[in-house]
Every structure is written in C-alpha cells, then in structure tokens.
Design a protein around this ligand. Structure first.
Ligand code: V0D
Length: 254
C-alpha cells in the first residue's frame, strides 16, 4: 500500500512496521477530518468523532510501541466553542468516555496523562475526568500522553507574557533575566521537550493556532487521509519523512 504525503513535495512511501532511523522524541498530531470522514459516508458528525476516538486509541498504542516519549494530540481548540452547542456537548463527553474505557490500559502501560489548555473553561464533568486521569498517572515514567484541549496558542502566549510581567512587577524576576527558557516555562507544555514532528492529516496545510512557539523547529508532515483512517503505517511513514529531512535548526549541518 502507498499514499501521498502533501506538503513541499508529494512522495510515495511504502508500508513498514517500523521506521528505519531514530524516532522523534515528541510527536504532535492535529486530529483533523472527523466531520468530513462522516459526511463522506452519509453519517452524522458524531459518528466521525467516535471513529476519531478509535484512531486515537490505535495511535496511542503505536506511539508507545515505537518508543515515542511524548505524544501531544489536539482534541479541541478554543475556536471549537463556535460549533453548534449539541456538538460541543457531545465532544465534552468524549474525555469521560475515553478514559472510562482506556485509563486502565494507560495505567498498565505506565503512560502519564497531561493536558495543555485552559482547564477552567471546561465543563465540570470533563475537568473531573481529566483531573482523575492526570492524578492517577502523575508518577508514571513511560510515554507522556498530552491532550491539547481548550487550547489556543496565541492565548497561551498571552498567558505566559502576563505571568512573566507579574513576576517582574513582584520583583521575583528582573527584566534582563527574561529569555526563551522563561517563556517556555510559562507555556502549558512547560517541562516537555518541543515537538520534533507535527502531523496534520486530512489535507489542510495550516497550523491553526496550534503550538506556535513550540513548533519553531519541528518537521511538518501533512497527510492526505482523514483522521479516522489514520493507521500505524501513516505514523511510521511520517517518521520516515522526519528521518530523511535534514534538521538544521537554522544552522549548518555537520
Ligand atoms: C473528537 C478525535 C479523546 C478528535 C478524537 C473534548 C475529535 C476523539 C479525548 C480525550 C475527542 C481528551 C482528554 C482526555 C482524555 C481523552 C477527546 C475531545 C475530543 C474534545 F484526558 N478523544 N477526544 N477530547 N475526539
């Protein structure tokens, strides 16, 4: 089987079980295309979200098997509140549903659950389910599974700037001590390495306000399948592309 990877180039990639090179430490994924997947089948959007959850479950297993240290998945953006309220209500029950079935396996696999986003804006039942998963896995030492939920990158940067300004005004920090590390420490992803690889399925070639600061040096991989159809071989193919591209960090590769 082969498929095309859209971006700066289109390339055929063969299906493989495992990538040949080193796996990225942190992979971030925009789980896009669930609604369109459902529309293509004449199904309601909720069916697409459910199929997206199945793909998520599969991808967590794949990432863990491949030895990826951090997997960040974009589940809900701050802009998603503009969707019809019935759809938002449905989406906000998915963390509960997912964790009810999958938390035991995550615990068994030593996975640590974290969240990046504005917690306080979530319904109580959603927040409670996520808090429970975070606390039950807090001391786990395996893969970090980071849910970007109620997340928007510009709002995150504004939050960081405000917190830093507050520390300066309280004299806990001086103006010239502020550097890139200071900013990173005030983002939701504080303590996690920056993503090495961003994967966006479903053909959109945009960042959509996702991890703007953290993706500064990441390889970007756009894949032409809807998220519910995303499989192990797509993850392996994206990693293959990552391995083959020179990661230069703006400098000269030795
Ligand atoms: C819908 C595809 C799991 C994307 C995956 C509230 C669209 C299925 C979670 C989840 C969603 C979130 C936090 C957590 C555990 C699970 C989730 C949302 C949507 C938005 F701690 N799937 N999922 N959250 N979908």
């Amino acid at each position: 089987m082969s498929f095309s990877l859209k971006g700066l180039f289109t390339k055929k990639v063969s299906t493989k079980e495992e990538p040949s090179g080193e796996v990225p430490r942190h992979v971030a994924i925009i789980m896009d295309g669930n609604g369109r997947w459902a529309a293509h089948r004449g199904l309601p959007r909720t069916a697409g979200h459910h199929a997206g959850m199945v793909a998520l479950r599969r991808t967590i297993r794949s990432a863990n098997d491949l030895g990826i240290a951090v997997l960040t998945v974009y589940a809900f953006s701050t802009e998603n509140w503009n969707r019809p309220s019935r759809e938002v209500d449905f989406l906000m029950r998915l963390p509960n549903e997912f964790l009810r079935t999958d938390l035991p396996e995550l615990i068994e696999k030593n996975v640590r659950v974290t969240m990046s986003g504005f917690r306080e804006g979530l319904p109580k039942h959603t927040k409670d389910a996520i808090d429970d998963a975070i606390s039950k896995t807090a001391t786990n030492t395996g893969m970090v599974l980071n849910f970007a939920l109620n997340y928007g990158s510009r709002a995150e940067i504004v939050k960081a700037v405000r917190e830093i300004a507050e520390e300066v005004s309280q004299k806990q920090l001086t103006f010239d001590e502020i550097d890139e590390v200071t900013v990173s420490q005030h983002l939701y992803t504080a303590g996690l390495p920056d993503p090495d690889l961003l994967i966006r399925p479903s053909g959109e070639i945009r960042l959509s306000n996702f991890l703007l600061w953290q993706l500064a040096y990441a390889e970007l991989c756009f894949i032409d399948v809807y998220w519910p159809d995303f499989k192990h071989e797509h993850l392996v193919a994206a990693i293959e592309v990552y391995c083959k591209r020179d990661r230069r960090f703006g400098g000269i590769k030795l």
